[in-house]
Design a protein around this ligand. Structure first.
Ligand SMILES: [Fe+2]
Length: 268
């Protein structure tokens, strides 16, 4: 779409700058989540790019205004966990570094089973809306992941098992009574396992589609996890490849995950 009135316009450059979030211009916020205050085992830090995600800090002047989704980075030190909770919208975790343990709760009222999956770099889980989930770092190094929530202004998380009103050991297991934690097994006949498997994308098990010189790997939508409000895909853009300008009727965000080696991840 030609927009001659804006070509080389200082206003356009200013507008573009106002829509760019730079990693080096931001800081991690260790006090983003009120539910974690007073619980050192829940410590994690958030860097907000678009909207506030699960944090109530919606007026952060360094954060881009959200439309239909948010985008932030989460750093979780070794041994820390986020208690089991749910949202009214979908939310995805894309692991960038470390190994993340994600638990989904099935059942409840003291009879919950928790299925736990381990995700490595470039693996993703899309947490269904209303599905209680928690995450924990059982690894030997910190976890870095990007998180998007499928609403520009999500409601506060609803806790299913928080250490403020449950045994801390139970909360660390995301609410599973002893013996009720099940390892994720995508080959199982258990319908709960099969359901969880539909929402997990393992990078090493997927093949990107090459098109016009670049590679696209679906994470949410198409061959990825079922659509829940927004699409997410990873683009591998080889050096020297360019894409002609285009316009879309929806908002697009490009989050550069690997600027030098393997490409970038974008959410729509
Ligand atoms: Fe969540």
């Amino acid at each position: 779409m030609a927009m001659p009135a804006l070509r080389n316009s200082p206003d356009l450059a200013r507008e573009m700058r106002a829509h760019i979030g730079r990693h080096t211009g931001k800081s991690f916020d260790w006090d983003a989540f009120p539910g974690s205050r007073g619980f050192p085992e829940l410590a994690r830090a958030q860097m907000r790019y678009i909207g506030a995600g699960g944090s109530p800090k919606v007026d952060d002047p360094d954060t881009l205004k959200p439309g239909d989704f948010t985008l932030s980075l989460i750093h979780q030190p070794v041994g820390k966990y986020a208690p089991c909770h749910y949202h009214e919208v979908v939310e995805h975790f894309l692991v960038l570094d470390g190994v993340l343990t994600v638990g989904w709760m099935f059942g409840g009222d003291g009879g919950a089973d928790i299925i736990e999956a381990k995700l490595g770099p470039l693996d993703m889980v899309l947490n269904q809306s209303e599905r209680p989930h928690g995450f924990r770092n059982d690894g030997v190094g910190p976890v870095l992941m990007s998180i998007s929530v499928g609403s520009g202004s999500p409601k506060p998380p609803v806790y299913a098992c928080h250490p403020k009103d449950h045994d801390p050991a139970l909360a660390r297991r995301f609410g599973a009574m002893p013996g009720r934690t099940i390892a994720f097994d995508p080959d199982s006949d258990d319908p709960r396992q099969q359901e969880f498997a539909r929402y997990i994308v393992r990078h090493a098990e997927r093949r990107p589609v090459w098109q016009s010189g670049l590679a696209r790997l679906d994470y949410v939508g198409e061959t990825g996890a079922p659509l829940g409000g927004y699409r997410m895909e990873m683009i591998h853009l080889p050096r020297g490849v360019a894409v002609r300008g285009y316009a879309r009727a929806v908002e697009d965000a490009y989050f550069v995950a690997r600027p030098r080696s393997s490409g970038s991840a974008g959410s729509t």
